[in-house]
Design a protein around this ligand. Structure first.
Ligand code: ADP
Ligand code: MG
Length: 250
C-alpha cells in the first residue's frame, strides 16, 4: 500500500536548531501520535508539511504528488489545526471558517456550520475570535479542520486547553473519521490520549526522529510513558529532581 503522506529527509534550520533528515510515512486509515519535548521540532515539521514555511531540504509527497513550493491545491484535502490559534482575531468564528473555506476553494455551507456550532456548543460564534477563550478557539479550529471532509487531518496539540466533554467528543469524532478512511497525524503532550488514540507513535527529540513504534508493541513494553521515558529522560533527571527539592527547601 502506498502511503498517503511521505516525508523524506526533511530539513529546516533555525539558528542552532536543525530538523535533520526527518523521514516518516502516514498510511490510509491510521492515526499517528507525534511526540517530543518542547522545541523538538513537531510544529516546524507540521508547518513544513502545510507549506506555510520553506524547507531547507527534502521532499513531501501527498497522495502520490510532490508538494511544490507555491502549490496549495493539496490543502483542500487536508484539515489543519495550527498550534498557536489564528491570527484573524478580528473575525467572528463564522467569518473565519467561511474565510478559510474560501481560501481553499471549498464550498460554503451555512447549515452544516450551524449544526457543527450547535453540537460543539459554540454559542459565541458571532463574537470576535479575539474575545474567545483558548478552549473556544480550539473548538473553532477543530471545526475548521474537519468541515470540508479531508483525507488527512494534521492537528497540532488539538487537545490543549480543551474541556473534558469536548475532548471526549473530539476523540470520538477522530476515531469515527479514521474508520471512514481518514488518516490523522496529531501532536500532543498528553501521553494517555496518545496511548488511547494512536495506532503508531513517532517520537522526536532535538530535531531528529529518535523512535517510532506500533502502539500494540509499545503497550506490551509498558505503555507510551515508558516509551517516552526510555528515550528522552536520562538518569540526570533523577539528580535534578533531588537538586530542585533541596533548592526549594533551603
Ligand atoms: N520562526 C522561528 N524562528 C526561529 N526559531 C524558531 C522558529 N520557529 C521555531 N523555532 C525553533 O525551532 C525549534 C523547534 O520548535 P518547534 O517546532 O515549535 O517545536 P515543538 O513544536 O516540538 O515544541 C525550537 O528551538 C524553536 O525555538
Ligand atoms: Mg509545537
Amino acid at each position: 500500500m502506498n502511503p498517503l503522506l511521505s516525508v523524506k529527509n526533511l530539513k529546516k534550520s533555525y539558528g542552532k536548531f536543525l530538523l535533520n533528515n526527518l523521514s516518516f510515512e502516514i498510511y490510509e486509515k491510521e492515526m499517528v501520535g507525534f511526540l517530543g519535548p518542547n522545541g523538538s521540532g513537531k510544529t516546524t515539521t507540521i508547518k513544513l508539511i502545510m507549506n506555510s514555511i520553506q524547507k531547507d531540504g527534502g521532499e513531501i509527497i501527498f497522495d502520490g504528488k510532490k508538494i511544490e513550493k507555491d502549490d496549495f491545491t493539496f490543502r483542500s484535502y487536508i484539515g489543519y489545526m495550527p498550534e498557536s490559534g489564528t491570527p484573524y482575531e478580528f473575525l467572528t468564528g463564522r467569518e473565519y471558517i467561511n474565510f478559510i473555506l474560501g481560501v481553499f476553494k471549498v464550498k460554503k455551507d451555512e447549515k452544516k456550520l450551524d449544526e457543527l456550532f450547535r453540537i460543539f456548543n459554540l454559542k459565541e460564534e458571532k463574537k470576535k475570535i479575539g474575545k474567545y477563550s483558548k478552549g473556544m478557539k480550539q473548538k473553532l479550529l477543530f471545526i475548521s479542520a474537519i468541515i470540508h471532509n479531508p483525507k488527512l487531518l494534521i492537528l497540532d496539540e488539538p487537545f490543549n486547553a480543551v474541556e473534558p466533554q469536548t475532548a471526549f467528543l473530539m476523540k470520538n469524532i477522530l476515531n469515527t473519521l479514521k474508520k471512514d478512511g481518514v488518516s490523522i497525524l496529531f501532536s500532543s503532550h498528553t501521553l494517555e490520549i496518545v496511548e488511547k488514540l494512536s495506532d503508531r507513535v513517532i517520537l522526536l527529540n532535538d530535531g531528529k526522529k529518535v523512535a517510532e513504534g506500533e502502539i500494540d508493541k509499545i503497550k506490551r513494553d509498558g505503555g507510551v510513558e515508558e516509551f517516552f521515558k526510555r528515550v528522552i529522560i536520562s538518569s540526570e533527571d533523577d539528580d535534578n529532581i533531588k537538586k530542585i527539592v533541596e533548592i526549594i527547601k533551603e
